[in-house]
Write a protein that binds this ligand. Sequence first.
Ligand SMILES: *Cc1c(COP(=O)(O)O)cnc(C)c1O
Ligand SMILES: [Zn+2]
Length: 435
Amino acid sequence: MSSFIQRCIAPDCQTEYNIDERLYVCSRCGGLLDVVSRDFDVDADSLRELWRERKSSLDVRDRSGVWRFREFLPFAGDVEVVSLGEGNTPLYEAPRSADYCHLSHLRLKHQGCNPTGSFKDTGMTVAVTQARKLGARFVACASTGNTAASLAAYAARAELPCAIIVPDGQVSHAKLAQALDYGAKVLEVAGNFDSCMNVIRELSEGGAVYLVNSINPFRIEGQKTVAFELAEQLEWRVPDHLVLPGGNLGNSSAFGKGFRELLQSGLIDRLPKITVVQAEGAAPFARFYREHDAFVNEEHPQTLASAIKIGAPVSWPKAWRAVHDTGGSVITVTEQEIADAKAVIGRDGVGCEPASATTVAGIRKLVSEGAIKEKETVVAVLTGHLLKDTDYVMKYHSQSLIAPDGEQLASNFGNSPIRVSSVESVAKVINEIGS
Ligand SMILES: *Cc1c(COP(=O)(O)O)cnc(C)c1O
Ligand SMILES: [Zn+2]
């Protein structure tokens, strides 16, 4: 569809650009760009039907949980997509997590079940498809780990050389291992994620490199389809609350955009309240929400949830729109709350990485404050897979998880391994469990 353009989101600018202009921010004012369609005149019922039919098709685009919704993506119907079969992630009923939060029901949308283990894949398939369409010769990003793993995989599929810039010594082994195996050039920068972002921004000004950080509006386009998939899984009944972690705030922006477009097209009849949860030590967006003042970056973000250890989130104006338009909120949780919530999610047989567990920790807090009612419908978005950070898990379960401030965290749901030396001691343990 050629009805798509890029448009600056700054209310007093709104400059429009061709969909294939290679930009990351507005060249007039530096504002963030949105991909917008001039035309959302669709027939809701026939679209729902078409999307359902595609689930049984063998076409690569139909097998993808992102490209299945391609009527809302800024590409012609015959575009050659770079896909690893992303999306189509499960929505789990989570009774133990619900109990923990004092809710009757809680659902977990597990985006950790994507090809490289995080939601980043749903955006990367679109960004790398766009990179190839633009004839880019090189792709790059800054990352706390998951974007790196995802870009490395999709670049390999597209046979595009790729570089990723990561904070030295701060990326989990699992994420780094993925990027190395997929063949990316891994460049380690002394400093944190925000320092990596600065390097990348300077690089992009040269024009040789195509940047796929979440400032890239095409990534947001892919990520927004998760709202479509979720709405479909709920038979187009929108939950009262959608809760997700916030780091660079691309995901919150994408959910906001996805639900807004669904509403505009008549596919849903209201919006969920979108609430963003940050770790207490890396919470510039929560402070902005509380104080309604100028946005101030966090100079020294601190949290063990490395995927959201970000002090200067680029997408905050878009995420703000999502929270504000839907009547949601932005809250923080402590390292202890994250660690315990993560273990509880594990007990549901689901599991996730630390950043994702901010959601259940946050929901528990919102219920206790009365901001979420026991019978309301709530979906927590789990952003990454349990196996992304096993070091954290092992430390939690062996009572040796140390918070960034040096405090030892309690392992309230700890489950440490038991050393056994004989059949008798095994039998004794089994008897105890059984009784
Ligand atoms: C990237 C990431 C986040 C943060 O998402 P943003 O879009 O940067 O807010 C949270 N959790 C996991 C597991 C991630 O990979
Ligand atoms: Zn502008």
